[in-house]
Design a protein around this ligand. Structure first.
Ligand code: F6P
Length: 323
């Protein structure tokens, strides 16, 4: 293998740059030529390639976002788009790919590799932490820290004004950010897509708190909660229980940006290097992950399709500690 490419796709995540750096420098260390694909799968279709050297990844380990840029490509989901991408990759002499991203990225990687025969390796880059085969995805820890910092600030206002706050965090299909961020911020209630939300039960808890003279409350709502986002849940609660002065805050894309934590930088460095060395050794269509602090490899298709269970004990603890 002489020439490989690195690509970031889907939603950006803090630590993607640290991972790009690891891939480029590991490749160069092993005497490979490394190409950066700009704008995710969109750039692959358009042949938007950038030769990378060691210097091109200097000073990026601390930066959020992705220097290669990213996209959610609908063209790549079409036969025409993927065939164009294969043609571009083959014409450029690319013999292997490192794809950094989440569920959608791995779906595309699997299909691309199947049709082209070019080996692809994945590094899990998403704030959602919803991929099987790794305890942590790149960007998740940084997003959690953003959430607790935001909720700590909101709590100042909630406590000063005796208010009830509904705080919406990201997680269209997964409640990891909500659950762990909620426990870390000491939230009174946490609503996640994996468990059913009972509005009358929620109101019962609020009434109990009100009777105990609880003057302020923080409720974390994952954006994918089945009862709706924070605005919708707040509306349903206010219809029946109106004792608190209520506000809604959506933290939104702040969770995707910012300088990665040390944990995410180290994780990205380890997984980027491991994925690249595995590619060189002839492995293909696997995602590098960290399980019990050891690097492990999981088939790409399994990493994205296999459902990740939420930690039931953490749900129990969060309820116990929030009374
Ligand atoms: O996949 C990561 C994620 O941050 C989800 O939690 C969120 O629902 C989605 O991306 C938002 O995507 P976009 O930036 O395309 O609106």
């Amino acid at each position: 293998m002489k020439k490989i490419a690195v690509i970031t796709s889907g939603g950006d995540a803090p630590g993607m740059n640290a991972c790009i750096r690891a891939v480029v420098r590991t490749g160069i260390f092993h005497n490979l030529e490394v190409i950066g694909v700009r704008r995710g799968y969109e750039g692959l279709i358009d042949g938007d390639f950038l030769p990378m050297d060691s210097h091109s990844v200097s000073n990026i380990i601390q930066r959020g976002g992705t220097i290669l840029k990213t996209s959610r490509s609908s063209r790549f989901m079409t036969g025409e788009g993927i065939n164009k991408a294969i043609e571009m990759a083959k014409n450029a002499g690319i013999e292997g790919f490192i794809m950094i991203g989440g569920d959608g990225t791995f779906k595309g990687a699997n299909e691309f590799s199947r049709l082209s025969g070019i080996p692809c390796m994945g590094a899990p880059g998403t704030i959602d932490n919803d991929l099987y085969g790794t305890d942590f995805t790149i960007g998740y820890d940084t997003a959690l820290n953003t959430v607790i910092n935001a909720v700590d600030k909101i709590r100042d206002t909630a406590a000063s004004h005796s208010r009830l706050f509904f705080v919406e965090v990201m997680g269209r299909d997964a409640g990891f950010i909500a659950l762990n961020g909620g426990v870390g911020a000491g939230a009174e209630e946490i609503l996640i897509p994996e468990t059913s939300t009972d509005i009358s039960e929620l109101i019962k808890h609020l009434e109990e708190g009100w009777k105990r003279h609880k003057s302020s409350v923080i409720i974390i709502v994952a954006e994918g909660d089945k009862e709706g986002g924070a605005f919708e849940v707040a509306r349903k609660v206010k219809e029946k229980f109106n004792h608190y002065d209520t506000r809604v805050t959506v933290i939104g894309h702040m969770q995707r940006g910012g300088s990665p934590t040390c944990f995410d930088r180290v994780l990205a460095s380890r997984l980027g290097a491991a994925a690249t060395e595995a590619l060189i050794q002839g492995k293909k269509n696997l995602v590098a992950g960290l399980v019990h602090n050891q690097v492990v490899f999981t088939p790409i298709d399994k990493a994205r399709k296999h459902k990740v269970d939420v930690n039931e004990d953490l749900i129990r603890i969060s309820r116990m500690l929030s009374t």
